[in-house]
Design a protein around this ligand. Structure first.
Ligand code: ADP
Ligand code: MG
Length: 248
């Protein structure tokens, strides 16, 4: 459902000059699969996901989402994805119910269906207690849950989640992770970025380790373990990074 080939983004930064944020990425993600993009800050995760979500165009390469090109068919791509990032905006003066309703309507969904889906989402994300409290009175975790709710109200087959648990307490993070698993069981195709190895390990069917804009390893957890000397994703990760440094 997602196919990426040769994807490259180069920023021209006044201070730093040319910044190769991502370099020649290649990967794919199928229905019912969670594809993890695992890497430290600045690795290129957000850039990749923003391109897939049509928020940014690549410098080179190609990405298709549900058969549609992210540049040429951006509008069609948008209809099939739910995109969650730290920039997902919320209106301070709306309540969660009003927010989700608003985004449901923007996506052309009937009110009756919005109400039904909203009730289900609020139940699953444990949001019922604060569904009528204004956004400016919500905690970080509550806002994050609301951002998730608003990005999935149109029931998209593809989810693009950029570090969805960042800044969350362990209970909220767990609720979010369980919900992502449920989506996978429903057959959605999910791209999930994180810098937390335990999370990638628990959740992802395929993991791509991204470092300084390059995918330096890719495979199932089993494959990654087999191709390295270690059983532990953290060891594999640092092993790969050190190898890269030694080659320089
Ligand atoms: N708009 C931009 N202008 C210049 N450089 C950028 C811009 N956005 C991202 N970058 C750079 O691209 C690299 C990758 O960033 P990003 O994709 O945000 O990484 P991650 O999400 O993995 O932390 C970093 O070096 C970052 O500074
Ligand atoms: Mg990021």
């Amino acid at each position: 459902m997602i196919q990426v080939e040769g994807l490259t983004k180069i920023f021209k930064d006044k201070k730093r000059g040319k910044v190769v944020a991502i370099n020649n990425l290649k990967f794919e993600c199928q229905k019912g699969q969670i594809f993890g993009l695992l890497g430290p800050n600045g690795a290129g995760k957000t850039t990749t996901l923003r391109i897939l979500a049509t928020m940014m165009v690549p410098t080179q390469g190609k990405a298709e989402v549900n058969g549609f090109d992210v540049v040429k068919d951006a509008n069609k791509v948008r209809r099939h994805i739910g995109f969650l990032s730290s920039e997902t905006g919320l209106y301070d003066r709306f309540t969660p119910r009003e927010t989700v309703k608003f985004f449901g309507r923007i996506n052309g969904i009937e009110d009756k269906i919005i109400e039904k889906r909203m009730a289900e989402i609020f139940r699953n994300l444990d949001m019922e207690d604060f569904q009528d409290v204004r956004v400016n009175k919500l905690s970080t975790g509550m806002k994050q849950k609301l951002s998730i709710a608003r990005s999935i109200i149109h029931n998209p087959p593809i989810l693009i989640l950029d570090e969805p648990t960042v800044g969350l307490d362990i209970i909220t993070a767990r609720t979010v992770i369980e919900y992502v698993k449920k989506f996978k069981e429903e057959g959605k195709c999910i791209i999930y970025s994180t810098h937390i190895m335990r999370e990638a390990e628990k959740l992802c069917d395929v993991i791509a380790i991204i470092h300084q804009g390059n995918i330096i390893a890719k495979g199932t957890l089993e494959e990654l373990k087999k191709n390295s000397l270690s059983d532990d994703l953290e060891e594999i990760f640092f092993g790969l990074i050190n190898q890269g440094e030694n080659l320089k």
